[in-house]
Design a protein around this ligand. Structure first.
Ligand SMILES: Nc1ncnc2c1ncn2[C@@H]1O[C@H](COP(=O)(O)OP(=O)(O)O)[C@@H](O)[C@H]1O
Ligand SMILES: [Mg+2]
Length: 316
């Protein structure tokens, strides 16, 4: 595994960016006109913000894209002064063949309000020669004067059909086999974050056949059917069996209490129990998660959760 798949399969063209069709077609229209305002890409991690920025500069400048593109990360650069100096150096020379160059500033929401004011002035000073693409998780953390200078695009988590399309492409290229169950499991554990999804796939890829079980073991997440069976045992009053199975999940599959609470929380809506019972259980999960974060004994807390399940089941 000499290469990281998220880079190997990073989209180079607009058509390779999946699940953000409306955004892609609007950006493409700017490129076709050969003019572009400042842009802001906002939304969760691993949804294609950096990739679309790259596809945009490749489409604008073709093989000369490297001369016309500067990529900065607001949280690694030591402060706004470094960002400003780099922007100045880059923007000073006008692009020889093009009207403007592009600066991609990732994690712009890491900048303080004061730093954002400085960024706003920099954007104004270089507006003749440069366009900015700002990327952030939360647009609400960006000051209004910057937002109003940009066309804002809101990226969504990848939906299932986009995710499957990406997975099918990679598994074909890497000659891997993956059945429908495994695809569903990988989509469920990665929660719409494509970077996470591809990383997990690569971690599972030492065997040719990617199975559902392999995915859950790689991400150290309990198999939903096993969690469901623990919870059902407790609800039906088989406390000692439920406890044994829970211990097995913790010890043999080395899942932490927090991993398990997350898995249990996800399964509650699928349990066959009255609404009132499910609400009570969700409430209890929140309480126990808090105690685990504070450092309580994991097994005692999880046993107490099982007891709650059992009591809830008895009152039916
Ligand atoms: N919409 C998408 N279509 C295709 N691949 C994607 C998409 N979003 C993310 N990826 C994959 O995940 C990796 C990380 O995506 P990236 O564009 O850096 O996400 P972001 O900048 O939103 O955090 C990319 O290299 C690519 O392999
Ligand atoms: Mg990014």
């Amino acid at each position: 595994m000499s290469e990281i798949w998220t880079e190997k399969y990073r989209p180079k063209e607009f058509s390779e960016i999946k699940g953000q069709d409306e955004i892609v077609s609007k950006v493409k229209a700017f490129v076709e006109k050969g003019n572009m305002p400042h842009l802001m890409f906002t939304g969760p991690a691993g949804t294609g913000k950096s990739s679309l920025s790259l596809a945009t500069v490749r489409a604008l400048y073709k093989e000369k894209w490297r001369d016309n593109y500067l990529e900065l990360n607001a949280s690694d650069e030591r402060g706004i002064d470094v960002v400003r100096q780099k922007v100045k150096d880059f923007a000073r020379t006008k692009s020889i063949s093009e009207n403007f160059k592009i600066i991609f500033l990732d994690e712009a929401d890491a900048l303080t309000r004061e730093a954002q004011q400085a960024l706003r002035r920099t954007m104004e000073n270089f507006t003749k020669t440069c366009r900015f693409i700002l990327s952030c998780n939360y647009s609400s953390k960006i000051i209004e004067p910057i937002q109003s200078r940009c066309v804002v695009f809101r990226f969504r988590k990848l939906d299932k059909s986009a995710a499957f399309e990406i997975l099918k492409h990679i598994t074909e290229k890497e000659s891997l086999e993956m059945d429908e169950k495994a695809l569903e499991a990988l989509y469920a554990v990665s929660e719409g974050d494509c970077r996470r999804m591809i990383n997990i796939l690569q971690a599972c890829s030492n065997a040719k056949a990617i199975t559902e079980d392999r995915i859950y073991s790689v991400v150290k997440s309990a198999h939903p059917s096993e969690v469901r069976s623990v919870l059902n045992l407790a609800l039906q009053g088989s406390f000692s069996q439920a406890r044994e199975k829970l211990l097995d999940l913790m010890l043999n599959q080395s899942l932490s209490g927090l991993d398990l609470i997350k898995a249990i929380q996800k399964e509650i809506p699928n349990l066959e129990a009255e609404e009132r019972v499910r609400l009570k259980l969700i409430e209890k999960c929140g309480e126990i998660e808090f105690r685990l974060v504070e450092g309580s004994d994991e097994f005692i807390q999880l046993e107490s959760l099982l007891a709650t399940f059992m009591l809830a089941g008895m009152k039916k």
